[in-house]
Design a protein around this ligand. Structure first.
Ligand SMILES: NC(=O)c1ccc[n+]([C@@H]2O[C@H](COP(=O)([O-])OP(=O)(O)OC[C@H]3O[C@@H](n4cnc5c(N)ncnc54)[C@H](OP(=O)(O)O)[C@@H]3O)[C@@H](O)[C@H]2O)c1
Length: 317
C-alpha cells in the first residue's frame, strides 16, 4: 500500500521501549537495551526492508527520539521513514505548540522533515488539527495521521484538513487479538473503504502475547507493563499456547503468529523491537498465511480470556 509517495511496509517498527534505553530512562518496559543491540536490530531491519520507524516525544520524554536519531545516522535519510507525534498533553505555552514540538523532534531526530506526523490523541481535535496544515504546506511534514481517535473524531479531523486540501492519511490505534475496539467501532472498515492505512499498535500487548512471559516468568517486576499485564498472564496461557502451536506447524513462533494475525486483518502492525533477533520474527510473520479457521480459533480464545487491555491513555472507541 502507498499513500502518495510514502510506501507502507508490511510491518513498522516501534521504539517506545527505546525511551528506557541504557542505564537511564523511565523504566516503563524494563527491557535491557544496549546501543550495539539497537544498531544491530536496525541493520537487520533495514536489510529485511523494514524502514518505517515510529516514535513520539513522550517516549522517555525525548529519549526515544534521541536514541533513534543517533542509531539511524548510519543510513541515508532517503533510506528510512520517520513517524513521530504531537502529544497535546505535553504542549508548551507558546503561540504554536504543534510547530514548536515538531521543531524539537526534528532536532532530536537529526532531520529536517518527518514522513508521517501524528496527533497522538484526540484531546481537542478542533484545536490541534488545524496546526498541521502549515506544517504540511512547508514540507516539514510529508503526511499526517491521527492516533487514538474514534470514528467521529477521525471524520472531524478529516473535515478540517479537507477544507485546506489535505486529508487524514493514516490511522494509528491499539489493535491486537485482545483489543479489537477499532474493528468493532467500524474504523478498520472505514480505512479499508478509503484506502487509508491502519497502523496497529501493541499487537503483542507489550510482550504479554509473545509467549515469553507466564506466571512463573512474568514481565519485569516494577515496570509499568508488569503492572498492566502480570495479573492476566494465567488467563492468556490458552491463547499463547495456541499461537505457539499454529506457529510450530509453519516453522514460526507465537509472536510471529500474533503479528501475522494483524497483517491478515488488513493492518500494518507497529512492533516494538528491543532485540536484533525479533527482526527474524517479523520476516517470518510477513510470510505466514493464516486460514480463516485459525483466525476464528485465535479470536475465540482471545475473547475467552476475558481480559481488558485498554491502555490508561485510551478512551473507549
Ligand atoms: N499511538 C499510541 O498511543 C501508541 C501507544 C502504544 C504504542 N505505540 C507504538 O506502537 C509500538 C508497539 O507497541 P509497544 O512497543 O508498546 O508493544 P508491542 O509491540 O505490543 O510489544 C513490544 C514488546 O514485545 C516483545 N517482543 C517484540 N517482538 C518480539 C518477538 N519477535 N518475539 C518475542 N517478543 C517480542 C518485546 O518485549 P521484551 O523487550 O520484553 O522482549 C517488546 O518490548 C510502540 O513502540 C510505539 O511505537 C503507539
Amino acid at each position: 500500500m502507498t499513500i502518495d509517495n510514502l510506501k507502507i511496509p508490511t510491518v513498522a517498527l516501534g521504539t517506545w521501549a527505546w525511551g528506557d534505553s541504557g542505564e537511564t530512562g523511565d523504566g516503563y518496559f524494563g527491557s535491557p537495551l544496549t546501543r550495539a543491540g539497537l544498531e544491530e536490530a536496525a541493520d537487520k531491519a533495514h536489510t529485511a526492508g523494514f524502514t518505517l520507524w515510529d516514535t513520539a516525544v513522550v517516549y522517555g520524554m525525548g529519549r526515544s527520539e534521541t536514541v533513534l536519531g543517533e542509531v539511524l545516522k548510519r543510513y541515508a535519510r532517503s533510506d528510512y521513514q520517520l513517524s513521530t507525534k504531537f502529544t497535546p498533553q505535553a504542549a508548551g505555552a507558546g503561540d504554536d505548540p504543534v510547530a514548536e514540538m515538531l521543531e524539537q523532534s526534528l532536532a532530536r531526530l537529526g532531520t529536517d522533515y518527518i514522513d508521517l506526523y501524528w496527533i497522538h490523541n484526540p484531546a481537542d481535535v478542533a484545536r490541534w488539527t488545524p496546526s498541521l496544515i502549515p506544517l504540511l504546506r512547508s514540507g516539514k511534514v510529508k503526511h499526517v495521521g491521527v492516533s487514538n481517535h474514534n470514528l467521529s473524531e477521525i471524520k472531524l479531523a478529516d473535515q478540517i484538513l479537507g477544507e485546506a486540501g489535505f486529508r487524514v492519511e493514516a490511522i494509528q490505534n491499539h489493535y491486537s487479538l485482545l483489543y479489537r475496539g477499532s474493528e468493532d467501532a467500524g474504523i478498520l472498515d472505514y480505512c479499508r473503504n478509503r484506502g487509508i492505512p491502519f497502523f496497529a499498535y501493541m499487537v503483542l500487548e507489550q510482550g504479554a502475547l509473545s509467549g515469553r512471559y507466564n506466571p512463573e516468568n512474568p514481565l519485569p517486576e516494577g515496570t509499568k507493563r508488569a503492572q498492566a499485564y502480570n495479573g492476566m498472564l494465567l488467563q492468556l496461557k490458552a491463547l499463547t499456547d495456541k499461537l505457539a502451536s499454529i506457529g510450530q506447524s509453519q516453522g514460526a513462533a507465537a509472536p510471529d503468529v500474533a503479528i501475522a494475525w494483524a497483517i491478515a486483518k488488513g493492518t500494518t502492525p507497529i512492533i516494538g523491537v528491543t532485540k536484533p533477533n525479533y527482526i527474524d520474527g517479523l520476516v517470518r510473520a510477513a510470510s505466514i498465511r493464516l486460514s480463516s479457521n485459525h483466525i476464528a480459533e485465535l479470536e475465540a480464545l482471545a475473547d475467552a480470556a476475558g481480559v481488558n487491555t485498554r491502555g490508561w491513555w485510551e478512551k473507549q472507541m
